[in-house]
Design a protein. Structure first.
Length: 194
């Protein structure tokens, strides 16, 4: 399946810019920058959109919903309907608390796992989309409220890890888009991906 719509989940607004919950946006921004893509506001899809034409492949779309995390699915579903994109051709890029910081996992099915953005996607487009999950765990301190943790900013040490891993995050997404879910899972889901 040609993956034609890449949606990164996050929250709009300056106060959310460097929070753990916006790591998907950070990675997709870095991806767009590497490929020379330009973001444009799209009121129609309640999003920022970038068009990616490589010349040899069909057009791909990059999407950052501006709906806030809990309503991400509304924006993704609107674009998917407009361009007739099936769930199996969609990639969601988002933070995952169950994965250690610095690691990436690719999956295709499963529950929302407490992630409101993923829950919104499941409600609006159904299951079957590829998931590019960026580790932000473990939650520390353990007794901290989940919402406080994901909406909190990375510590200086964690921010160094994110910065050092950014190329890995981008190349992993490139692998997923160029080779598909199975090869990406085989390579990226190991604890020590090479």
């Amino acid at each position: 399946m040609f993956l034609s719509l890449v949606a990164a989940l996050g929250n709009p607004g300056r106060e959310y810019e460097s929070t753990r919950h916006n790591l998907g946006w950070v990675v997709l921004d870095a991806f767009a920058k590497k490929h020379g893509l330009e973001w444009k506001r799209s009121p129609q899809f309640e999003a920022e959109v970038a068009r990616w034409d490589t010349g040899t492949l069909p057009t791909r779309w990059l999407l950052k919903p501006r709906t806030f995390m809990n309503a991400s699915g509304r924006s993704v579903a609107a674009m998917a309907r407009f361009y007739k994109v099936e769930p199996a051709a969609i990639v969601a890029v988002y933070d995952d608390l169950t994965i250690d910081l610095g690691l990436v996992k690719v999956s295709v099915t499963g529950s929302a796992g407490g992630h409101n953005g993923v829950a919104s996607l499941l409600a609006q487009i159904g299951d079957g989309f590829a998931r590019y999950r960026l580790g932000i765990g473990p939650k520390s301190p353990a007794q901290m409220e989940l919402s406080d943790f994901v909406l909190g900013k990375f510590t200086p040490e964690q921010q160094i890890t994110v910065t050092q891993k950014l190329d890995h995050y981008v190349s992993g997404l490139e692998l997923l888009l160029s080779r598909g879910t199975e090869p990406a899972m085989n390579q990226l889901n190991r604890r020590d991906p090479k």
